[in-house]
Design a protein around this ligand. Structure first.
Ligand code: AHR
Length: 314
């Protein structure tokens, strides 16, 4: 072996031992809620692919809908000394202690998708939708559709996960708008945990207890899709006998709208990955990021669904 070759070999071995280029990558610990909905799947894919594109070493942990698993994952990220921690909190409360631990370890935390009620100094930014506004948009669609109603309009509501920001806020925004018309009454409201199966179960129970249901408001498309099945099994026509509005605007909702079974969906954009990775690189570079980044959203109805479905990314 020539002298030059020996030197090159020695440098390569030294670089490999010290981790080489790998060590230069930003390490991001991300705790995801789970895989409860089509929205969540799109959100996870967006985060994973953006990390890959931006060459960020992503440590991704799935909490299977449990807050305790998210807390464990965050503690493990702290122990691993990651550069940044990000997470989508399953519920709003109960985060103070673990966020204090991250702060004490000097690891910046970014929230994505859902908010927490903790002291705002415990996280540096929050990227996600305005859930109250989404609820208002759904309320406006219902208020407009039934503005000339002469009798009571019976509404049933499928709430998201109990204690979660989207369930709390979407309920609040919707209630605020429908309060403007005393004919609009929520006769039943129950959690379907953002899943199709529980949405179906809850709708079956609504149909058993109420002979006349005019409107279904579901906090996400998956629950609406489950409920549509229950409505059909009860011999009713979803989208016609019962006016249905939900939130997310996932592909499944577009298919249901095109089939005439869902009247409208409010967009909740899950494609947060690129924005998150940009924020992570900014933070690591020591630059400030906005405390709140709100995502743009649209409203889609059954009348316009066909022209949009091809361009939908999730
Ligand atoms: O937090 C966003 C919500 O969570 C989406 O609307 C829902 O589909 C998901 O499970």
């Amino acid at each position: 072996m020539t002298r030059r070759l020996i030197l090159a070999f020695t440098f390569a071995v030294l670089a490999a031992c010290s981790g080489g280029d790998q060590d230069q990558r930003i390490v991001l610990g991300f705790s995801q809620i789970g895989a409860e909905s089509e929205w969540r799947t799109a959100n996870s894919e967006s985060i994973k692919s953006a990390a890959q594109t931006m060459d960020i070493d992503l440590r991704f942990s799935d909490a299977q809908q449990k807050q305790e698993n998210q807390i464990k994952a965050i503690r493990s990220f702290i122990a691993q000394k990651v550069d940044v921690i990000a997470f989508s909190p399953v519920v709003e409360t109960g985060w103070d202690a673990v966020l204090q631990e991250a702060k004490a370890a000097k690891i910046p935390v970014i929230l994505t998708d859902r908010a927490v009620t903790a002291d705002p100094s415990l996280f540096i930014g929050f990227i996600g939708s305005d859930f109250v506004e989404e609820g208002r948009k759904a309320g406006r669609i219902v208020a407009e559709r039934f503005k000339d109603a002469t009798g009571d309009v019976n509404i049933v509501e499928l709430q998201g996960t109990v204690g979660s920001a989207p369930a709390n806020d979407r309920k609040k925004g919707f209630a605020e708008v429908i309060a403007t018309n005393p004919r609009l009454r929520i006769v039943r409201s129950q959690s379907g945990d953002f899943t199709r199966s529980k949405g179906k179960e809850a709708m079956e129970s609504f149909l058993k207890s109420h002979a006349k249901i005019d409107v279904l408001y579901a906090h996400n498309d998956d629950m609406a899709i489950g409920a549509i099945q229950a409505i059909e099994e009860a011999g009713l026509r979803p989208g016609k006998d019962i006016f249905i509005v939900s939130i997310d605007a996932v592909k499944g909702a577009f298919q249901a709208m095109i089939a005439g079974k869902l009247n409208a969906t409010i967009e909740c954009n899950p494609l947060l990955g690129p924005q998150l990775m940009t924020s992570v690189t900014e933070v690591v570079a020591g630059r400030p990021i906005p405390k709140r980044i709100v995502v743009d959203e649209q409203v889609f109805t059954m009348e316009t669904a066909k022209q949009h479905i091809q361009s939908r990314k999730y």
